[in-house]
Design a protein around this ligand. Structure first.
Ligand SMILES: Cc1ncc(COP(=O)(O)O)c(C=O)c1O
Length: 373
């Protein structure tokens, strides 16, 4: 940006580092002239959306001149039924990122602070900084008391100070794939001050198959300060339509609704999400493909002698050594897009999303070639 214009921005925005998205396939094709590349860079669903979703989206075409239902009545009702909560507990967002931003706009100010972990999802620092609020970044586990790079809830509790209004917790976290147990999170909620909004971000909830992994929605009735966020971008395969949601008591939902854009979720997205919720079989298949793909990819990584962080999401962070920039570039030349995570304070790591069997195979073959293994 022109330097003088940047100086006109608020101090928070001046210091902001914009979000780095995964490289789009079309950009790789444009820049490198590579066809048939595979993108394993944005934790998307490699199966795509359900056929029922495509039908539902098509059925909306005739109404494109109309504004969407600004209150998302039908989608909220369907989510409420599924989650066994009142419809007033649901806040719809343009992706769950939108809901995270609503939290920052409703509860943070330049006089307050947000707590999140080192190596946590990039949108927490962005929405905090955009408001000009202070970020209290808690050190992550070093591997002695919990998974290396994982959230340390004791450190996060200790990072809450008198100015703290919001805590962001990712369960599981991206890009680490680490997760928190039911008892650890329950303790955190019990001990967090009631005047601090606790956001539990469950963007990868549907993928997790650990007996001790909590469903934080069950705690919403007990904690007026709890917001659980989820998304249709991952296991439901609707990333491009941008639809996610928050679940909280009505008081917190009302606060978020005050700063929400009137028509933040478009009608195609609402129809698609409704149809996706009704297609359990597609969800089951998506999760199954992910479990198989995770097995395939991690076995392949071990065979290459590469360390990775055990992940319960649809991605895995792999330690490829110091020069991730060069490895990333060379993988691009092999037609494989992954994600460097230096910006997450994890130099040496690349994050690889789980793809279809042949995509994972292509990625492993490219890694073997690029790393000379
Ligand atoms: C932990 C986490 N939370 C939230 C999101 C936001 O997803 P969306 O805005 O597509 O719902 C992501 C996306 O990568 C994520 O990894």
């Amino acid at each position: 940006m022109n330097q003088s214009i940047l100086q006109l921005c608020t101090p928070g925005v001046q210091a902001l580092k914009p979000y780095t998205p995964g490289k789009p396939l079309s950009e790789l094709e444009r820049e490198y002239g590579i066809r048939n590349a595979v993108k394993l860079a944005s934790n998307e669903n490699p199966l795509g959306p359900s056929a029922r979703v495509l039908e539902a989206v098509k059925a909306q075409f005739a109404d494109l001149a109309r504004y969407p239902d600004g209150n998302g009545f039908e989608l909220k009702a369907a989510l409420a039924r599924k989650l066994a909560v009142p419809a007033e507990y649901i806040t719809l967002g343009n992706g769950s990122n939108d809901v995270l931003e609503l939290v920052a706009r409703a509860f943070l100010s330049p006089q307050s602070a947000a707590v999140f972990s080192a190596h946590a999802f990039a949108v927490y620092p962005i929405v905090t900084q955009a408001i000009g609020a202070r970020a209290n970044v808690a050190a992550a586990h070093d591997g002695s008391r919990g998974p290396r790079f994982g959230h340390d809830l004791e450190a996060m509790l200790a990072a809450i100070d008198a100015d703290t209004r919001v805590v962001f917790i990712a369960n599981p976290n991206n890009p680490t794939g680490t997760w928190l147990t039911r008892s650890a999170l329950a303790d955190f909620l019990r001990n967090a001050p009631p005047e601090v909004i606790v956001v539990i971000d469950e963007a990868y909830f549907e993928y997790v198959d650990e007996p001790d992994y909590p469903d934080a929605v069950e705690w919403v009735t007990d904690y007026p300060n709890l917001l659980v966020t989820r998304t249709f971008s991952k296991a439901y395969g609707l990333a491009s339509l941008r639809v996610g949601y928050g679940v909280s008591q009505a008081g917190l939902a009302d606060a978020l609704n005050r700063v929400r854009q009137p028509f933040n979720v478009n009608s195609l997205a609402q129809a698609a999400a409704l149809a996706a919720l009704a297609d359990d079989e597609h969800l089951r298949q998506s999760v199954e493909i992910n479990h198989q793909g995770m097995k395939q990819l991690t076995q392949g990584l071990r065979a290459l002698g590469l360390d990775y962080i055990a992940s319960v999401g649809n991605f895995v962070a792999v330690d490829v050594g110091a020069d991730t920039g060069a490895v990333y570039e060379n993988l691009l030349r092999e037609g494989v897009i992954v994600r460097p995570v230096d910006n997450y304070g994890m130099p040496g790591f690349l994050r690889i999303s789980i793809g279809l069997e042949k995509e994972n195979q292509r990625c492993l073959a490219a890694l073997a070639k690029v790393l000379g293994r």
